[in-house]
Design a protein around this ligand. Structure first.
Ligand code: GCO
Length: 423
C-alpha cells in the first residue's frame, strides 16, 4: 500500500521573505489599500534564511511530506535570466528534505509572479503559457530526478478572481470576460506543464490544488438564495474538474459572461488537490452592483476563526465525496485555521481529520492530508496577524520559532496513524 502522505503546507512568498515580486511591487504602489500604517509583507517568516532549522521542526512534526513552492521572481528576476544561486539554494532544500525522508511536494504557481510578468506576458496573453512552461522546464532540469509530486497551480480560479475579478491582486483588473480568458490560459499552461513534467519524469504524480467552498442558502425558504448557492457551487467548485472530464471550459454566469471553449484536459491530471476551509451562506440582493452577499454563521459552536470563517468539518466530507466521482486520487493539500486559541485549533484538526478517516474507510481514494500551515506566515491581503501556523513565529524578535501545542498534537496523530497502518 502507498504510504499515506501526512504533511504541512506553505507557499514561497508567504514564508520566505527577502524577495521582490509582483506582490511587493503592488504593496508599494498602495494596491492593497490597507491602513498604510503597518506594512503588510515584511519578509514573510524569514524562511529563506531559517530553512535549515525549520526543516528540523518539520522532522519533529513527524510529517512524511512537505508542500511548498519556489518563488518564480527569485528564479527568473529578469525576463529570460535565471538565477543559479537561487536554484542552488532550492536544491539544497530539496536534498535536505529527502535526507529527512520527507517527500517534497512542489507547487509551481502559488499566486505570485516576477515583477515584470504582468507588463510583459500577462495571463490574458498567449505568451504567458510559454514563459510559465519555460520556468517549469528550468525546474524540471534541476529537480525532475528527485521530486515525484508536482502541483501546477494553486487555486487558479481564486487567483483569477482576485487579479481580474475584484482586482485585489496585481494586476488589479476587474473584468469578468478577461478573468475567464485568464483562467482558460492558465488551464492551457497546466496542460503544457503536465506534458512537460511527464516527459522528464513519466512516473511523476501531477495535480492542481483547488479551493472548495460549501455554499448554502442564507434563507432556505427563498428560491433566489437557493439558486444562487447552486450557481456558485457549479462555478466555483465544479467548473474546473468538469472541464477535465469534458474537454470544455463551459459556463454561463448570468449578466457576467458566457464561456464555451474546447481545451484538451482529459486525463491531464493524476490527483486533485483539495484546499478546504469553510462553509459560506449566500443571500441574493436586489442590488445590481453587488447582487449577492456572503455570510458566515457559527452554526456548530466552534467559534468563527480569526478570518471570520465558520468551522464546518462536514463540508470536507461533502467535497471528498463529490470529488470521488472524478476517479482520480485526492489529496487534501490545505486545511487549517487562523486562531490564537490552541484548543480551537486542535478541535479544528480533530474534527476535520475525523472526516478524512471516514472517507478513507469508505474507500474514497484520499491519499494525503496537509495542514495549512507549517509556520505562521503572511496572509494575503491581511498581513501577519492571522496565525495559521503549527509553529509560532515571533515577528518582533528576529522571527524566532516556537512549536505550539497543536504541533505536538498533530505529530502524535501522525505517529499513531503511521504505526497503525504499518502494523
Ligand atoms: C489560499 C492559499 C493559501 C492561504 C490559505 C489561507 O487558499 O488562499 O492557498 O495561500 O494562505 O488558504 O487563506
Amino acid at each position: 500500500m502507498d504510504r499515506f502522505l501526512w504533511g504541512v503546507a506553505t507557499s514561497a512568498f508567504q514564508v520566505e521573505g527577502f524577495v521582490e515580486n509582483d506582490m511587493t511591487a503592488w504593496e508599494k504602489q498602495g494596491g492593497f489599500n490597507h491602513d498604510g500604517k503597518h506594512p503588510l509583507y515584511q519578509n514573510g517568516s524569514a524562511h529563506w534564511l531559517r530553512w535549515r532549522d525549520d526543516f528540523e521542526l518539520l522532522k519533529q512534526l513527524k510529517v512524511n511530506a512537505y508542500r511548498f513552492s519556489m518563488e518564480w521572481a527569485r528564479i527568473e528576476p529578469q525576463f529570460g535570466t535565471f538565477d543559479r544561486q537561487a536554484l542552488d539554494q532550492y536544491e539544497r532544500m530539496v536534498d535536505r528534505l529527502l535526507e529527512l525522508n520527507i517527500e517534497p511536494f512542489l507547487t509551481l504557481h502559488h499566486f505570485t509572479h516576477p515583477a515584470w510578468f504582468h507588463k510583459k506576458t500577462p495571463w490574458t496573453s498567449k505568451q504567458a503559457q510559454d514563459v510559465f512552461c519555460r520556468f517549469t522546464e528550468v525546474l524540471l532540469k534541476r529537480f525532475a530526478d528527485r521530486i515525484s509530486y508536482w502541483i501546477t497551480f494553486n487555486e487558479p480560479l481564486v487567483w483569477a478572481l482576485a487579479a481580474y475579478g475584484d482586482g485585489k491582486f496585481p494586476p488589479g483588473e476587474s473584468d469578468a470576460k478577461a478573468m475567464m480568458r485568464v483562467l482558460l490560459n492558465i488551464l492551457k499552461a497546466h496542460q503544457c506543464a503536465y506534458s512537460l513534467i511527464k516527459s522528464y519524469r513519466p512516473q511523476a504524480k501531477i495535480g492542481m490544488a483547488k479551493h472548495f467552498i460549501t455554499f448554502e442558502a442564507h434563507r432556505k425558504w427563498f428560491a433566489a438564495d437557493r439558486s444562487l448557492a447552486d450557481l456558485l457551487h457549479h462555478f466555483f467548485n465544479e467548473m474546473i474538474p468538469v472541464a477535465f472530464e469534458t474537454n470544455r471550459l463551459q459556463f454561463h454566469f448570468p449578466l457576467l459572461f458566457d464561456v464555451d471553449e474546447a481545451i484538451n484536459l482529459k486525463n491531464q491530471i493524476d490527483f486533485w488537490g483539495v484546499n478546504y476551509y469553510y462553509r459560506m451562506f449566500v443571500a441574493f440582493r436586489l442590488n445590481i452592483r453587488r447582487p449577492f452577499q456572503f455570510i458566515f454563521k457559527d452554526k456548530l459552536g466552534f467559534g468563527l476563526t480569526d478570518m471570520g470563517w465558520e468551522v464546518y468539518p462536514a463540508g470536507l466530507s461533502k467535497v471528498l465525496r463529490y470529488m470521488g466521482k472524478f476517479n482520480k486520487d485526492i489529496i487534501i493539500t490545505e486545511n487549517g485555521i487562523a486562531t490564537l486559541d490552541e484548543s480551537q485549533r486542535m478541535r479544528f484538526i480533530d474534527a476535520h481529520l475525523e472526516q478524512v478517516f471516514k472517507a478513507r474507510e469508505n474507500g474514497l481514494p484520499v491519499k494525503g492530508y496537509f495542514y495549512w500551515s507549517f509556520l505562521d506566515n503572511y496572509e494575503w491581503l491581511e498581513g501577519k496577524n492571522k496565525r495559521f501556523g503549527l509553529v509560532q513565529v515571533d515577528y518582533e524578535n528576529d522571527f524566532r520559532r516556537a512549536g505550539k501545542q497543536s504541533a505536538r498534537h498533530y505529530a502524535r496523530i501522525i505517529e499513531i496513524d503511521l504505526n497503525n497502518r504499518q502494523g
